[in-house]
Design a protein around this ligand. Structure first.
Ligand code: NAD
Length: 312
């Protein structure tokens, strides 16, 4: 991808800011974020670049968003409520930030004749899949969290806008993404907890939850390399999987060796309502199209733990 004008929503967030850094090598980037979870520190290094501009706006404000769409070639839509657990207490947040927000992005694109969208979806759309690794064609899709449901609804709107208005769209269903600037997920939680209590780490679930993790650089490279290929629907993860017990042990050994790991249990041994206990993605399609990851699941986790230490 070269010499494009690209709008990135969620630009000040974890994956968004890593994506902006990658895209800025060869493109002009317009970043937007309402800073509900993202932080300016994540994008401070790019602000002196003449190829980067940033606007603090809420993507649900369609009229404001339209102004940012002038001359844009491609939109990478990453803004969302990305915290699965939040939706349990506030059942509207995923609808608002993931469905309504995506609809607003699509409307703004339509009105400014922007023809290409790249969307960050999630393995959570599969729910408790009976086939693991789960391929893109798996169904019926029965999400078990409002987050998964909202991403699936957003995907559906992207398909319908593509079909009705001639949009080109690519949808990536990510495994758990970890690494530099991470703001949520098990590693982040464990480090926060160990900072408060160095002798005991409380872990949600029974520890046997086992999922696929992908390092953020591999994820960003994947969406840039694969967008627009085949039918545009791709799983993005790694072939290995890592258990919550492994993550807890690795985090303890880096941050507070000797701390006791205390499993709190949870619904069916999962961490919380909506937590998918076993997740792995079939990434044959991404591989067929030439993408490769550098770090496997547990290597990605180890590097993310080291990154978090380096940033403290
Ligand atoms: N991190 C993961 O493991 C993971 C896995 C699967 C999918 N995803 C998806 O990838 C995308 C990025 O996730 P992330 O982990 O970087 O999360 P993040 O919370 O760090 O980034 C999301 C960004 O969107 C911004 N935002 C939220 N609502 C907004 C709004 N209405 N208007 C403007 N900005 C808004 C937030 O301030 C934040 O900076 C999300 O769509 C998420 O659902 C992430």
């Amino acid at each position: 991808m070269k010499n494009k004008k690209i709008l990135v929503t969620g630009a000040a967030g974890f994956i968004g800011s890593n994506l902006v850094e990658y895209l800025l090598k060869d493109n002009h980037v317009v970043g937007v974020d309402n800073l509900s979870n993202g932080i300016m520190k994540n994008i401070k290094d790019f602000q002196s670049s003449s190829s980067f501009s940033f606007s603090k706006i809420d993507v649900k404000e369609t009229e404001l968003l339209k102004r940012e769409m002038e001359g844009v070639d491609v939109v990478f839509h990453l803004s969302a409520n990305a915290d699965v657990r939040k939706g349990f207490d506030d059942s509207k947040i995923d609808f608002r930030e993931n469905v309504q927000a995506t609809h607003s992005v699509l409307e703004a694109m339509r009105s400014k004749d922007v023809k290409e969208l790249v969307f960050s979806s999630t393995s959570a759309v599969y729910g408790n899949a009976e086939v693991i690794p789960t391929p893109e064609i798996y169904g019926p899709l029965k999400p078990i969290s409002h987050y998964g449901a909202s991403k699936l609804a957003a995907e559906a709107f992207i398909f319908s806008f593509s079909s009705n208005y001639g949009f080109k769209s690519s949808i990536f269903r990510f495994a758990n993404v970890v690494g530099r600037k991470g703001t949520h997920g098990a590693i982040h939680d464990f480090i926060q907890k160990l900072a408060k209590n160095r002798s005991v780490l409380d872990v949600l679930g029974d520890g046997t939850q086992t999922k696929s993790y992908i390092y953020v650089d591999d994820c960003v490279k994947g969406i840039v390399e694969l967008h627009g290929k085949e039918d545009g629907l791709f799983n993005l993860g790694t072939r290995g999987r890592t258990s919550v017990t492994q993550i807890a042990e690795l985090t303890v050994s880096s941050y507070s060796p000797g701390a006791k790991i205390n499993f709190l249990g949870g619904p069916g041994g999962a961490g919380w309502n909506g937590d998918i206990k076993f997740m792995g993605l079939d990434i044959t399609k991404a591989f067929r199209n030439g993408w490769r990851y550098e770090l496997d699941s547990t290597e990605a986790v180890k590097k993310a733990i080291a990154d978090a230490g380096a940033s403290q």
